[in-house]
Design a protein around this ligand. Structure first.
Ligand SMILES: [Cu+2]
Length: 155
């Protein structure tokens, strides 16, 4: 009967999909946060740790957010004694590599915000990989980096 052939075909399709999903995401993301700046600012930065748990190198070729028109990869370099932000076209992670995007270094730049998010909100962000995969996650909005033992002043 054709129905059995159809079911068998469906079964192998499902098996293939499950196998692809078992490979997991190309990268894992942790400690993601977005800096809350004064509402007059049109741009802000997001920081996170990206890890490549796989056996192959991974290239992150794009990023997006529901609150920003564009998201770019930036790094900070000293040029003529000044700290300047320089755009990177992609981020590359070797197998097993962990890349920390932190204040003063590489970050995601959220450009042309619809509005500045406020501390305590969650912002959703996605990373696009060269493989076509997308990794989405949410980032907590904070005024500053994780407190390192000192009191924060809340106006
Ligand atoms: Cu920047």
């Amino acid at each position: 009967m054709n129905i059995f052939r159809t079911l068998a075909a469906l079964g192998s399709i499902l098996a293939a999909v499950t196998a692809a999903a078992a490979d997991g995401p190309g990268v894992t993301v942790s400690e993601a946060w977005v800096r809350a700046l004064p509402p007059s600012q049109a741009n802000t930065a997001a920081y996170l740790v990206i890890a490549n748990p796989g056996q192959a190198p991974v290239r992150v070729v794009g990023a997006s957010s529901d609150i920003a028109a564009r998201v770019e990869f930036h790094t900070t370099r000293e040029v003529d004694g000044y700290q300047r932000m320089v755009q990177l076209q992609q981020l590359e992670l070797a197998p097993g590599q962990r890349l920390e995007l932190a204040p003063g270094g590489t970050h995601l730049m959220l450009l042309e915000l619809q509005r500045m998010p406020v501390a305590g909100e969650q912002v959703s962000l996605c990373l696009q990989l060269a493989s076509g995969e997308q990794t989405c996650f949410s980032a907590l909005v904070r005024r500053d980096a994780e407190p390192s033992g000192h009191e924060h002043h809340h106006p």
